[in-house]
Structures are given as structure tokens and as C-alpha cells.
Design a protein around this ligand. Structure first.
Ligand code: SAM
Ligand code: SF4
Ligand code: SF4
Length: 372
């Protein structure tokens, strides 16, 4: 399934797919403004980057200029925590004035009245924030910082009052799983989109510690069938598959695999990620292959990423390219590489969840065929 950094990314990605099919250009980009953060979440993949020097204001402007020239339409800022950068407003206004659509990923605990005033004058597409727990106890069990829950809730009130578009994310882990349904309810009552992240992935340096906080595959699947929204999603998949409105293997994935490629997604094709130490990656997760923008030009880096990701072929032992469960899978080659130092080694968590989803959808199709 395609990855999106926030809800707003989906329509934009669809638009780019339809409008610029077959054109390789950085139409979308992620900018990690800093890996530093005022919180210290147990699962945070960005932790290994905390000690390096962040890209300078002028470095940021330079790469924005190049990306805009090469086709950038839509971007997101992430961290670490973006509001820890003292030049945040300058960076934000610079990219906004270039006409780029911009979304912000933030824990919002540092969101201020001044930020709200700024976003009222210069609108953001969406602020995508993460709520780490329903209760103070669970929230701070994840963030590791006393008082962070109160700051988060205050900022949430600011967002609600200001009517700035925002969405909530929730990373479901062992530490907060007991609150998953309360969280879902909270999101519904707030009336904002809510993304539940079930896949906790390795850190940017390949540490697999965060994976130990994952739910079991059974718990993850159980949420799929108990949650009304997710259950309806899989029921719709069953209907679409039955009517032939959806293929078992997504068309683009099938085509990439048929041609022997390893990466089925848009990595380094219509997307690029700029790290806080000024390196280019194919996407946020692919930290194992970077091009240093302090040592070469964007065009050299873009070529490097083409060779390393877009053109990279799989070997005969790669199981995902013949897998019939891929429609039900959060398949991510970057995840495999980080976790096992092997791009062709699937993560069994994905496989187990996908197999349970497939079974559920098959049963739903059988039920539909019987007219029940
Ligand atoms: C790195 S944070 C940056 C934005 C902001 N600081 C926040 O927490 O929302 C972006 C998103 O990635 C999530 N995240 C961090 N580490 C993760 C991991 N190991 N697996 C899955 N999601 C992770 C965060 O919880 C957050 O939703
Ligand atoms: S708030 Fe975001 S960046 Fe900060 S530690 Fe948590 S996940 Fe990482
Ligand atoms: S990760 Fe597992 S379920 Fe997913 S596509 Fe690969 S083999 Fe299939």
C-alpha cells in the first residue's frame, strides 16, 4: 500500500500520478528541518541524528530554489521538532512564497499564538500532529517528558479555536495499546482525520529497538476488524475485488515487479527527502543511502538516487514480487533494509498481518457471493 506522510498527501499524489505520469521529477519533498526535539519518544527513528549540525538557513533556501526549478509542488516539514528551529518562520515563509503547498508534522507542544497568527496569514495545507496517548500517563510514558501532555492539550485547543486544518496521528504500541479505541473515539468526537500507525519501524541508524514496541500481528489485525472505519475499508476492498474494480496486485506495483525492479513505490522518482544534515534520500526511511548536498549538486544526487532506487533490480530470491498478499501489506523495502540489512528480506510482521487481512477479505467475498 502506498505510503503517505499525511492525509493531504493522498489527493496530491493522485493528482501528480495523473498529471505527470512517466515524468521523473521531485514534485514532492520532505524536509527534516532538525532531528532535535523537546520530547524524547521511546520509538523515535530520528534519535540518531540529534547530535549533528542542522542545515543552515541559506542551505535550506538553496535547495528549495533548485527543487522549485525542478518541479516541486508540495512539501512537508518534519523533525525532530520543527518549532525548535529559531528560524522556522523564515524557512516557512521562504518556501510558501515560492508557491509550494506546505504541510507541517509537529508534536505541537511548542505551538504558540504567534504561529497561529502566521498560519492564518500564510495557510498551511495541514498540521499533522501525533497524540501519543489518551491519558497523561500513557502519553508521557511514550514521550518521556513530564508536563508534555498538558502542553499538547493546550496546543490542541489553540488549533481547534483557530480552525487551522489539522489531523491526529496515533502510533499504536504496547505502551499505549489499551487506549487505542478511546483514542479513536477522541478523534471522531473532535471531527478531524485520524491516522493510526500500526507499523513501528527501525531507527534511521538501523537500530531495531522500536520494533520491540510493536503490537503483535494479531493485535494489529484485531484492530482492523474491530475499528468501524478500518473494517469498512477492508469490506470495500472485498467488493472492489469482486466487481473487478481493483486488481489483486496494484497495477503500478505489478508493472514494476514485472520489469524486475526492487522498489515498487515512488521513492526517488517523484519524491525526495532532505535530511537535517543536508543529505538527499529517496524517502524519509531510506537513510542507508544518502547523497551529501555539501559535496555535490542536486542533479548529481538525483542521478545517484535513480541508480540506487528507481533502477535497482531485485534478485531471483525476492519473495514480494510474486506475493499474492501484497494488496494487504504495508510492504516497505527500506524497512527491510534497516531491520535486516537486506532489502529482499521481508519483515514477518507485515507478512502475518497481510495474511490475516487476506483471509478476512476472502471470507467477505465468499459472504457476498452467497448474497448474505
Ligand atoms: C519523527 S516525527 C516528527 C514530527 C513530530 N515530532 C511528531 O512527533 O509528530 C514524525 C512521525 O513519525 C513517527 N515515528 C517516529 N518514530 C517512529 C518509528 N520508529 N516508527 C513509526 N513511526 C515513528 C512519530 O511518532 C510521528 O508521528
Ligand atoms: S516528538 Fe516526534 S521527533 Fe520528537 S521524539 Fe517524539 S517522535 Fe521523535
Ligand atoms: S512483505 Fe510479506 S506479505 Fe508483504 S509483499 Fe513481501 S512477502 Fe508479501
Amino acid at each position: 500500500m502506498a505510503e503517505s506522510y499525511c492525509m493531504h498527501a493522498r489527493p496530491i499524489n493522485d493528482f501528480i500520478d495523473e498529471t505527470f505520469e512517466g515524468i521523473r521529477a521531485p514534485f514532492t519533498a520532505g524536509f527534516e528541518l532538525t532531528a532535535k526535539c523537546n520530547l524524547n519518544c521511546i520509538h523515535c527513528y530520528a534519535k540518531p541524528g540529534r547530535s549533528h549540525a542542522d542545515m543552515g538557513t541559506e542551505e535550506f533556501k538553496r535547495i528549495v530554489d533548485v527543487l522549485v526549478e525542478r518541479g516541486l509542488i508540495d512539501a512537508y516539514f518534519t523533525g525532530g521538532e520543527i518549532f525548535t528551529r529559531t528560524d522556522f518562520e523564515e524557512l516557512f515563509l521562504y518556501i510558501k512564497r515560492k508557491g509550494v503547498l506546505i504541510s507541517l508534522l509537529s508534536n505541537i507542544t511548542l505551538l504558540s499564538e504567534e504561529h497561529i497568527r502566521l498560519f492564518k496569514e500564510y495557510p498551511v495545507e495541514i498540521i499533522s500532529t501525533t497524540m501519543y496517548g489518551y491519558t497523561e500517563e500513557a502519553y508521557e510514558r511514550v514521550t518521556g517528558v513530564k508536563g508534555s501532555y498538558a502542553k499538547f492539550m493546550r496546543a490542541l485547543d489553540l488549533l481547534k479555536e483557530s480552525q487551522i486544518p489539522f489531523e491526529l496521528k496515533y502510533v499504536a504500541m504496547k505502551q499505549n495499546y489499551d487506549e487505542i479505541y478511546k483514542m479513536r473515539e477522541f478523534g471522531k468526537q473532535l471531527g478531524v482525520p485520524m491516522v493510526i500507525i500500526l507499523d513501528v519501524h527501525p531507527m534511521s541508524d538501523g537500530s531495531t529497538e522500536p520494533m520491540s514496541f510493536r503490537l503483535t500481528p494479531q493485535e494489529a489485525f484485531e484492530f482492523d476488524v474491530k475499528d468501524e472505519g478500518r473494517c469498512n475499508f477492508w469490506k470495500d476492498v472485498a467488493k472492489d475485488l469482486l466487481c473487478g474494480e481493483m486488481e489483486t496486485i496494484p497495477q503500478k506495483t505489478a508493472e514494476r515487479f514485472r520489469n524486475g525492479y526492487l522498489y515498487p513505490c515512488s521513492i526517488a522518482n517523484q519524491h525526495v527527502f532532505i535530511t537535517s544534515d543536508y543529505k538527499m534520500q529517496g524517502c524519509v526511511r531510506a537513510s542507508y543511502r544518502q547523497f551529501d548536498l555539501r559535496k555535490g549538486t542536486f542533479d548529481e544526487g538525483w542521478e545517484y538516487l535513480q541508480r540506487e532506487f528507481v533502477d535497482k533490480k531485485s534478485s531471483g530470491r525476492y519473495p514480494c514480487n510474486t506475493c499474492q498478499n501484497i494488496r494487504f501489506c504495508e510492504h516497505c523495502v527500506a524497512n527491510f533494509k534497516l531491520a535486516y540489512d537486506d532489502e529482499e528480506q521481508p519483515d514477518s510482521f507485515f507478512c502475518e498481518v497481510a495474511a490475516m487481512r487476506k483471509k478476512f477479505v476472502d471470507q467477505e467475498i465468499a459472504r457476498l457471493l452467497q448474497g448474505k
